[in-house]
Design a protein around this ligand. Structure first.
Ligand code: TXA
Ligand code: MG
Length: 323
């Protein structure tokens, strides 16, 4: 671990600047969560609508409690079981947290990251760090330092480079201010795992047909979209053949890498488990998007709750970004 760049990053956070840093899920674009001017710089760099709230990163439950008005038993149980890790909890905010950090909401989203560089950064800067994913609003989250630079361009701040991150998709977000608690964004920690700890929850409703709209409470934006048109297909090989016959250049992503590759067809294997697929998903999409192909065809993931987070990200990627 490069300790000297971590101290540089920590100094910048303390001075009200923004920095990009790796977490175990995706790269974050961080600033002192309690400093309004610093947080404003995040929204500006991302081009993010100011009503879209940020996740505040803390070392653990002790630090999280200082930013909330209530600490329900569900928060205690979930943080004991899943922190540090890819679970974000939403609680009533303490007035010390500025409105800009929470997008004007009376609630605050909190997460304790597990990545050693993120943790060392939090130790050294000594403040809670507000950080959305370190990409321009509406595009795919970065899973490498290079993706941050490609997405933010000349708005790129100091980047702590931790290589490719292990997790690969954003944290599970659960709202603990409602009864029963409600999952707002599926992630690597599944509804089933959460239910085992706190009992009944309002699930992010399962859906089978990826062509159908998903409920997206708290997710105001179309997220995670590559520039290249992307379709999800139950018959990816047939669709690939049709596209190739129509002289399109394509990226073909199947669970197990499919054997034909040519100048017009770049193939990738997503992985056969949800964890593998999460690790590979954005890495593959960033790579294919750079190749300026006509179309990306992705095999529809298997049905079942453990694939929900992957299906959700793919569905969002299949919607063209605003710009
Ligand atoms: O894995 C992650 O969560 C990454 C890393 C950097 O920690 N961060 C991330 O942040 O994905 P972002 O800003 O891209 O997504 C935050 C999500 C948004 O969907 C936002 O609407 C929701 O959390 N959120 C944050 N605060 C909220 C609140 N008070 N109420 C409801 N939703 C909230
Ligand atoms: Mg994001």
């Amino acid at each position: 671990m490069d300790i000297s760049s971590i101290s540089t990053a920590a100094e910048r956070i303390k001075n009200g600047e923004i920095v990009a840093f790796p977490t175990e899920t995706v790269y974050g674009l961080g600033a002192n969560a309690l400093d309004e001017k610093a947080v404003q710089k995040i929204y500006t760099a991302k081009g993010r609508p100011s009503r879209n709230p940020l996740i505040v990163h803390v070392l653990g439950a002790t630090e999280a409690k200082q930013l909330t008005r209530e600490w329900p038993q569900s928060a205690e149980q979930l943080t004991q079981r899943f922190w540090p890790g890819p679970l974000t909890i939403i609680l009533k905010k303490n007035p010390v947290v500025p409105n800009i950090t929470t997008g004007g909401n009376d609630t605050v989203a909190l997460r304790s990251p597990a990545h050693p560089m993120a943790r060392e950064l939090l130790v050294q800067c000594g403040v809670p760090v507000a950080a959305p994913s370190a990409n321009a609003s509406g595009s795919i989250s970065p899973v490498r330092a290079e993706h941050v630079r490609e997405s933010l361009g000349d708005r790129t701040p100091f980047v702590l480079d931790g290589g490719q991150v292990p997790g690969g998709i954003e944290s599970t977000v659960i709202d603990l201010t409602v009864t029963p608690p409600r999952i707002l964004r599926p992630g690597l920690i599944s509804a089933a795992e959460i239910t085992q700890v706190i009992g009944s929850i309002d699930r992010f409703h399962e859906y089978v047909d990826t062509n159908q709209a998903l409920p997206s409470p708290g997710l105001l934006e179309r997220h995670y979209a590559p520039h290249t048109p992307l379709i999800i297909s139950h018959t990816p090989i047939d669709d690939a053949k049709l596209a190739l016959a129509a002289r399109q250049s394509i990226g073909l992503v199947t669970c197990t890498k499919f054997g034909f590759e040519s100048a017009e067809c770049v193939t990738r294997g997503l992985g056969t488990t949800p964890a593998e697929a999460a690790h590979n998903l954005y890495e593959i999409l960033h790579d294919l998007d750079q190749r300026k192909l006509d179309l990306i065809i992705v095999e529809s993931p298997p049905p079942g709750e453990e694939w929900l987070a992957i299906s959700d990200r793919l569905y969002r990627a299949s919607i063209k970004a605003k710009n």
